[in-house]
Design a protein around this ligand. Structure first.
Ligand SMILES: [Zn+2]
Length: 291
């Protein structure tokens, strides 16, 4: 289940990206800026180059963006140990108690590291905070896409692809299949990865697979009010739950309508802190790569 996901949104503004090609298959993103942000984003990312391998080449892609960016939802309760008192600090949680022994923590940079960590003053163990993975399926059936209407907060009543947090002990594909069963009552097989979307500010990475119904049956699970197949032109973009889903669906529709064949997409969804989590009209899609 996906109890707390960043809500981002759509936009008509564009991000400009400059790319530097090293060879036919490798590249570097050398800068990226958002024309609509109050604080333009300037960053860099270098991707490995492969001068000899005939691999799938990614190409630069114009990324759409946002007028404003929303504040992250609070991370899920599973982000914090039951023995830890947590306090949101925006992108991370302040861990006040050790998740191992319950002792009070101090916040300091451990020897050999660069970031401030919560270090137990009793047992000395360090509590690390790492991103969480959200997995789900984009299921196309008879040229329609399966969406679930959420029966839980956040975004109660809004539509989403079936997706949720990956559990320990399962693969990303297994998690996507499980979430689809739990939320849509649909027995599916995954066909290929479709999108990886990182949301660094809240420490989430989405892996969305293309899925296929094993049987043409689905029904809302306990966390869904409804499940429906939507034609691509009828997808309720005005009432989607999360920007990650909005981005995923837009990319899928663009692929299908342009070439008839979905590609693989990677991108980073960024947003501006301080805006309402309910503002789904604010995101930037940066570093968008597609196979
Ligand atoms: Zn401890």
């Amino acid at each position: 289940m996906l109890k707390a996901i960043q809500i981002l949104g759509s936009s008509s503004v564009f991000v400009s990206q400059r790319w530097k090609y090293h060879n036919s298959c490798g590249f570097s993103i050398i800068s990226c800026s958002c024309s609509s942000s109050r604080t333009p984003t300037m960053t860099s990312l270098v991707m490995p180059t492969s001068p000899t391998r005939k691999m799938r080449c990614f190409r630069a892609f114009r990324a759409s963006t946002i007028r404003a960016e929303s504040n992250p939802d609070a991370p899920s309760s599973s982000s914090a140990s039951s023995s830890a008192s947590v306090q949101s600090t925006g992108s991370t949680l302040k861990i006040n108690f050790c998740q191992w022994c319950g002792g009070p923590t101090k916040h300091d940079i451990p020897e050999g590291e660069e970031k401030i960590r919560a270090i137990c003053t009793l047992c000395g163990k360090i509590t690390y905070q790492n991103p969480k993975m959200v997995v789900g399926c984009l299921i196309a059936h008879e040229n329609k896409v399966l969406l679930c209407q959420r029966k839980i907060q956040p975004s109660y009543g809004r539509w989403t692809l079936p997706a949720g947090y990956l559990e320990i002990g399962e693969s990303a594909a297994e998690g996507a299949i499980r979430e689809t069963w739990e939320e849509a009552g649909a027995d599916v097989e995954v066909q290929s990865p479709f999108a990886q979307l990182d949301i660094p500010l809240i420490g989430q990475t989405y892996i969305i697979f293309l899925g296929k119904l094993k049987k043409p049956h689905f029904s809302p699970g306990p966390e869904s009010l409804d499940c429906r197949l939507f034609a691509l032109d009828d997808i309720p973009f005005d009432s989607l739950a999360f920007s990650s889903m909005l981005v995923t669906l837009k990319l899928y529709i663009e692929d299908v309508k342009s070439t008839g064949r979905p590609k693989f997409h990677y991108g980073t969804i960024n947003k501006r802190p301080g805006t309402s989590p309910s503002d789904i009209q604010s995101y930037t899609l940066d570093f968008h790569l597609q196979s």
